[in-house]
Design a binder for this molecule. Structure first.
Ligand code: SAH
Ligand code: AVI
Length: 324
């Protein structure tokens, strides 16, 4: 069987959690929404456009690094299966699949993502393009469902690319790494982790506030997701996109700031939320890392750094890690 899809978080569970998260996040004094709600079909497509923006360097930097390290990686680990969490369109992953399936070596690719539609369309394209590949897709939340990933059937490479790990705060990040460690039972298994690095503030802030306004649209789209999910009447254009680097916390923060008084009804929650001009919803954190910080974070999760690959500009790192 070349294709299988497991649904760990079905639509009903997603709907229940969205209602809980929207209620909790929008009734608090500091309003917030979890960044995972960016990624409906429109949000995933907007993210793909972000990856092509001149200002958004992470995807290009990571793709170039991947191309550079792949020959060594194939020698180090020729996996029987690749588990990729937060896989999205798997575009960069193609480089890995090209190298790992060369010569017809069979590989089981196991992408896990919250966005079922993107997973389905990606799986169809990969099966067409890679005859040596089987795809076992998993619809789920990587903060909840990693323990449900089936045990390996051979040597396993886990991948968490794009610095999506940076979208988690310290506590959830640590838990997620521990759970990732849990799906790598053998000493020969490996984790390939993409991390965006601390750098010049201007470069960071421009990457999250592009001239074409795609990141603004991506940010505002979360309000469309909430409107649909809880029968709300947010006007996304009434909220300004704000992105800045918080140097103390080493993170970009994205917020949506009301430009005028707003009264928003969330019908399904029986909740009315009022905004004064300047009131904000915190929609995303994107932490930036250093090598010592990454080593500590790996060690805390029972992982050790095997190799640290960085681009010439020191913008982005690909970290190869192993169970310690
Ligand atoms: N790996 C790709 C995509 C990064 S965008 C790249 O590097 O370009 C982040 C991806 O993670 C999206 O596809 C989004 O749907 C997924 N995602 C975000 N939060 C998630 C969660 N909690 N559980 C599972 N997937 C999640
Ligand atoms: C998916 N994630 C790593 C992106 C980031 O850079 O934090 C999401 C993003 N937000 C704004 N632009 C891109």
């Amino acid at each position: 069987m070349r294709y299988r899809m497991d649904v760990y978080t079905d639509e009903q569970a997603q709907q229940r959690r969205l209602e809980e998260d929207a209620r909790r996040g929008l009734s608090a004094r500091q309003k917030s929404l979890p960044a995972k709600y960016f990624y409906d079909r429109v949000g995933s497509l907007l993210f793909e456009r972000i990856t092509e923006l001149p200002e958004y360097y992470p995807t290009r930097a990571e793709a170039a690094l991947l191309a550079e390290i792949l020959p060594g990686l194939v020698e180090e680990i020729l996996p029987d299966e690749i588990v990729e969490i937060g896989a999205g369109s798997s575009e960069k992953t193609r480089r890995v699949l090209d190298a790992m399936t060369a010569g017809g070596h069979p590989v089981r690719y196991m992408p896990l993502d919250v966005d079922r539609l993107t997973l389905e369309s990606t799986a169809a394209r990969l099966l067409r393009d890679y005859p040596a590949l089987s795809v076992h897709a998993m619809v789920g939340d990587f903060e909840r469902d990693l323990t449900r990933v089936p045990p390996p059937t051979g040597r396993r490479l886990a991948m968490f690319l794009g610095s999506t790990i940076g979208n988690l705060d310290a506590g959830p990040r640590r838990r997620l790494l521990e759970e990732l460690r849990g799906i790598l039972p053998d000493r020969a298994d490996r984790l390939l982790l993409g991390v965006d690095l601390v750098k010049d503030v201007k470069i960071l802030e421009t990457a999250y506030d592009d001239a074409a306004g795609i990141t603004r649209d991506f940010n505002r789209n979360i309000l469309n997701v909430i409107n649909r999910g809880v029968d709300g009447n947010f006007h996304p254009e009434a909220f300004r996109h704000l992105a800045f680097y918080n140097a103390v916390a080493s993170r970009i923060e994205m917020h949506l700031v009301a430009e005028s008084p707003q009264v928003v009804n969330l019908g399904r929650l029986g909740l009315t939320v009022r905004f004064r001009p300047g009131d904000a919803i915190w929609t995303e954190s994107s932490y930036k890392f250093t090598r010592p910080g990454v080593e500590i974070m790996l060690a805390e999760a029972g992982l050790r750094l095997v190799r640290w690959h960085v681009d010439p500009a020191n913008y982005f790192a690909l970290v190869l890690a192993a169970p310690s």
